[in-house]
Ligand binder design. Sequence first.
Ligand code: NDP
Length: 483
Amino acid sequence: MQRILNYINGQLVESASGACLDNFEPATGKVYSLVPDSNETDVDRAVAAAQCAFPEWSRTPAAKRSQILCRVAELIERDLERLALAECVDNGKPLTLARSLDIPRAATNLRFFGTAVLHTASECHPMDETALNYTLRKPRGIAGVISPWNLPLYLFTWKVAPALACGNTVVAKPSEITPMTAFLLSELCRQAGLPPGVLNIVHGRGQTAGAAIVRHPRINTIAFTGGTVTGREIARTAAPMFKKVGLELGGKNPNIIFADADSEVTVRESLRAAFANQGQICLCGSRVFVERPAYESFVERFVSAARTLRVGDPLEPDTDQGALVSAAHRDKVLSYLQLARDEGGTIRCGGGPAAPPNDRCRGGYFVEPTVITDLPVDCRVNREEIFGPVVTITPFTSEDEVVEYANGTDYGLSASLWTRDVARAHRVADRINSGTVWVNCWLLRDLRVPFGGMKSSGVGREGGQEAIRFFTEPKNVCVRVAE
Ligand code: NDP
């Protein structure tokens, strides 16, 4: 059986204790590899390596750092098929999605941040004839990066790339449920000539390896993507240590459809927003609100489109919906389907586990794409993040009403709205409390814009210059120029 290894000081090594965890293939429910069950000792070793590598890496010219990160991006592109297959097997998502979204985006992250650092300016504030103040942005030291399982390599590189590009060294932990692509990345980093200790990858559980990263006194920056409950725990540990913390957390994103919107496009794109990656994207539009005159026809068309989604073996090219990531997560999603019934919802399609698509996938974690109507807007199913192929549809009659619905959860990550009325688009976008509002589109990402959430969806912004600011420390130098 394949053994995943930690990547510490440029070497691929077992965990200090030798202990391993089973790594399951979600489509089959079978163990297919072993992951190091790392603990504090492994994190200490990774931090020691990162500390040793920091002086030289932080002084390495930006052009050289850029060259290495762009080389890693090239190697990801060279190995796209191998990485996409690994991510599909590890995560349960359709191979076609891993190939078209996750892996290309991981390469883009490395290239984007690898080149962004070549174009960043430092600020200068002249004080008339008296003095010049200039601000340098220095790497902060060792960054701890903790990432989730839903878009494993994509979200891992979203944090690792800017941290390294800015001259920090990194100790990173991918989700223990989906460790394979980060493991393969460590091999590519070696091939690309990334110096030992610059990036260290420690595999293992959140409560042990993850928590050891968060509380380590020599790690002064924590970049985390994951659930809101974990984010709260991280904030509690990091705050008294005065660490700089960026939290990209959960979402319960509204998808607002006005009656004047193009009905064909809204059905097609709302379907994608609801069910892409089996609904396991923090930006999925899981609450659809439709203006009353268009409601009945939208529900009818949306439900028939959802029924055509093919739940299948993730390896098959015509699969639309793969497996959920784990048995525990499938059970959580199914418990929300029961809750929806208890809360008075009407299940328009789906509503339970999906039949295994073939013999190979007999033990897999498949759930039917599910559409629910007739739920009160403030019920738990409409407020809590389910993170599965489950969407609710609710009618509305006015802008005021839908803005209240949209803002009526603790989350504020993203929203979509669909209308041909430009003035209304601007008006409503302005009133929605979320970090991103898409108008007549969904998941159209420009990596230069600040990305992150409001309220319980997170703290801080990343992406573009925000990430460069996050991973650097401003240092002001005031030079008196007057006699
Ligand atoms: P979790 O919060 O459970 O885990 C995220 C990472 O944190 C994992 O690597 C996990 O390790 C680790 N972890 C868990 N407990 C601790 C701890 N006490 N200290 C340090 N690290 C810990 O999230 P999921 O992996 O379940 O990911 C899904 C969540 O991520 C959803 O809520 C989703 O909305 C959110 N997300 C947010 C995004 C955004 O940009 N805002 C993007 C993508 C996802 P382990 O896996 O071993 O438990």
